[in-house]
Design a protein around this ligand. Structure first.
Ligand SMILES: [Fe+2]
Length: 285
């Protein structure tokens, strides 16, 4: 199974550019499944700290265009419409919210793609601002996932690293997101789990992860950006960051590569062989 997971969509234009390129990307990379992280598509308030996320209209634009699954982040609850947005079988919110039972939506989706199973599970770490969550590892244990599972871990690269090594060999891939700063290395961990600490974002280059830095700097220096008015995105064309993953039997990683352009003529950049850390596992005695 070949799937593409995009970085976090930053701004409406990034969404439109992805939607416009989707058919060509599917053909060029022979994709069975396209998954996006739509945590910063919308501007839903004056501050990027709690005024981002995704609107219902944007969710439906992505789904109508053929995106197979929409992952989210901590901002999905911004703007007050998160409960409606996540209430769809192709939208995944975090599975380890402390009030999970009271929330609509789902933190896990079990798919079958061309006869092959794939589970997608989203977990948030406490290192992600605004997350009121249970331990992602304990939540993962409770999910009883199958080997062909992709975990989206919302947290710092360090949190993603620790989680990924804790579950290495028991899922196909762990993909982190939070900082919008893509991690250079793609890895296959010693027991076979594919890993990227932060998948980065899709949106305008520069600023703080595609946003004008003004509000972030004011909050950093003064603790308050409320006098500044609405925040803005950086201008400029959409830069793309996404991970291509091909899995074989029982979720084993066959290919792992960066996709760094929406232009289907630009080839994927394969993982460096130096970061394939798989070690032969002892067979049955
Ligand atoms: Fe984000």
């Amino acid at each position: 199974m070949r799937l593409l997971v995009t970085g976090e969509l930053v701004g409406e234009q990034a969404m439109l550019d992805l939607v416009g390129a989707l058919g060509d990307l599917r053909r060029a990379h022979r994709l069975d499944l396209v998954v996006t992280i739509a945590d910063n598509v919308a501007i839903t308030g004056p501050s990027p700290s709690d005024g981002s996320g995704m609107t219902l209209r944007q969710r439906d634009v992505l789904l109508a265009a053929g995106i197979d699954l929409i992952l989210t982040g901590t901002h999905v609850w911004d703007g007050g419409h998160g409960r409606v947005v996540v209430d769809h079988p192709q939208v995944v919110r975090s599975a380890n919210l402390v009030d999970d039972a009271l929330r609509p939506g789902r933190g896990r989706v079990d798919l079958t793609v061309d006869g092959d199973p794939l589970t997608v599970l989203q977990l948030a770490d406490r290192s992600a601002r605004g997350s009121v969550v249970r331990s992602p590892f304990e939540a993962w244990q409770g999910q009883l996932t199958r080997p062909a599972t992709l975990v989206h871990l919302i947290g710092t690269p360090y949190a993603a690293l620790r989680f990924a090594h804790a579950v290495d060999g028991r899922c196909a891939a762990v993909i982190g997101s939070l900082t919008h700063v893509a991690s250079r290395e793609l890895q296959v961990l010693p027991r076979g789990t594919a890993f990227v600490a932060d998948i980065g974002y899709v949106g305008p280059a520069g600023g703080i992860g595609g946003f004008e830095p003004t509000h972030f700097v004011a909050e950093y220096l003064d603790g308050d950006a409320s006098a500044l008015g609405p925040y803005r995105l950086r201008p400029g064309p959409t830069q793309f960051s996404g991970v291509l993953l091909e899995t074989g039997a029982a979720g084993a990683v066959v290919e792992l590569a960066w996709v760094l352009s929406l232009d289907p003529a630009v080839p994927a950049v394969p993982m460096s062989p130096a970061w394939d850390l798989r070690t032969p596992q002892p067979g049955p005695a």
